[in-house]
Design a protein around this ligand. Structure first.
Ligand SMILES: *[C@@H]1O[C@H](CO)[C@@H](O)[C@H](O)[C@H]1NC(C)=O
Ligand SMILES: *[C@@H]1O[C@H](CO)[C@@H](O)[C@H](O)[C@H]1NC(C)=O
Ligand SMILES: *[C@@H]1O[C@H](CO)[C@@H](O)[C@H](O)[C@H]1NC(C)=O
Length: 383
């Protein structure tokens, strides 16, 4: 789609209908927030009546925003055709950000580094979680269900960053390796808890060397920049003998030949467990066992700028991104009263310029975006 293809201005009636629709969606949304059951994803990208492109004023606005975007992110398109193609996607994404803002009023949505990518491009280039929608436990002593922990008396808020268990936010680049970053994050935290030392661990080793397949879904295998699963990665690490440091095996963002050197193993897996879908259990495991590898549906993350994301509707079954749960808070700040939500603090792997210095806050207690469905904890051995 090209920006500026349409020149008609919406009539008063269509505007009124839109406002009415928005109001209805909004009230509906508040009802849904009380009982967030079985949501489906609203398809918002292909709306031919995107109001933002329908007026001359908006057209200039889109061009200006795109110019600022290109400057801010150092974008350069090789041909005029490519420029127009990206401009069209950018315009759609402006509309999608506005839509996300409406569906997710407690967060701020807008232009991000990903605003010139279609939703499909974004998903294939920057996420990379694949496989079963819920982790399938191994029943051989490692990778089973976690035991129930006491949930009374947990702190109101908790943050592993303050305790020094979390490395700097990293950048996966255009590679679907989120699963490797989620895995190293959990390993870094577990190793810190076991030894008191924070090591930066190697994602590239996982990208290059780990081809482990899920025990139940045999076609779901870890596949470098083509996606993977954190629980498969723990199994790989048990088999391979451990994980090297980032400095010894640096990230390149491309699948290459495996260069794992067992003599340079820095951290070994002792065991790992899957955490039940109960968010109180997730909090207890986080506090007692360290940062947790989690999968979620990243649909709102492409336009996320900050705040507590608590979308009205976010599919729970389409997990497509692996991240690291590092803490939680009691009350999220928001302009709207609706926004006072307890939240999770999530470390992402899209660099520090994305989101809140590389972090995402997602509301807690609503099974939001499937955050509770693929959660694992790992313990490391002291070498
Ligand atoms: C964009 O790329 C073209 C061709 O590669 C180059 O000539 C031009 O200087 C670049 N512009 C910017 C702003 O980087
Ligand atoms: C860890 O590695 C990342 C990615 O290579 C780097 O940006 C960061 O500075 C490193 N942090 C430490 C503490 O070494
Ligand atoms: C996992 O390993 C840790 C560290 O060695 C140990 O304390 C813990 O009991 C183990 N858990 C299970 C379920 O084996």
């Amino acid at each position: 789609m090209k920006a500026g293809g349409q020149s008609s201005t919406p009539t008063a009636t269509t505007v009124a209908i839109r406002i009415l629709t928005l109001t209805l969606i909004f009230s509906f949304s508040q009802a849904l927030l009380e009982t967030p059951q079985e949501p489906t994803i609203l398809q918002v990208t292909d709306d031919p009546n995107i109001p933002i492109l329908n007026t001359k004023l908006s057209r200039n606005h889109v061009y200006n925003q795109f110019r600022v975007y290109m400057e801010t992110y150092g974008k350069n398109y090789s041909t005029g055709k490519e420029y127009m193609h990206r401009l069209g996607i950018f315009a759609k994404n402006l509309a999608r950000a506005a839509e996300h803002q409406m569906l997710d009023p407690t967060a701020v949505h807008g232009v991000t580094q990903f605003s010139d990518l279609s939703e499909e491009e974004f998903e294939s280039l920057y996420t990379g979680l694949k496989g079963p929608t819920t982790a399938t436990p191994l029943m051989d002593g490692v990778g089973g269900e976690a035991e129930k922990l006491e949930v009374d008396g947990l702190p109101e808020s908790f943050d592993w960053r303050e305790k020094g268990a979390v490395t700097e936010v990293k950048t996966q680049g255009t590679c679907g390796s989120c699963w490797a970053f989620s895995t190293t994050g959990a390993m870094e935290g577990a190793n810190f808890i076991a030894t008191g030392k924070l090591l930066n661990l190697s994602e590239q080793q996982l990208v290059d060397c780990d081809h482990v397949c899920d025990i139940k879904q045999k076609d779901t295998c870890d596949n470098g920049c083509g996606g993977g699963l954190m629980t498969n990665a723990y199994k790989y690490l048990i088999d391979a003998g451990g994980l090297m440091e980032e400095s010894a095996y640096p990230y390149t963002g491309r699948r290459e030949e495996c260069k794992f050197d067992p003599d340079k193993t820095a951290v070994k897996v002792a065991n790992f467990t899957n955490i039940p879908i109960d968010e109180n259990q997730i909090a207890a495991n986080l506090v007692h066992r360290g940062p947790l590898a989690v999968g979620l549906n990243a649909v709102f993350m492409q336009t996320y700028i900050g705040g507590v994301s608590c979308p009205i509707i976010c599919g729970k079954r389409w997990l497509n991104h692996g991240v690291l749960l590092v803490g939680y808070g009691a009350k999220g700040f928001s302009i709207l009263r609706l926004g006072n939500q307890p939240y999770w603090i999530i470390k992402n792997s899209w660099g520090k310029t994305w989101g809140e210095h590389g972090y995402y806050r997602l509301c807690r207690g609503h099974a939001m975006c499937g955050i509770n469905t693929m959660v694992s904890a790992v313990a490391t051995q002291v070498l």
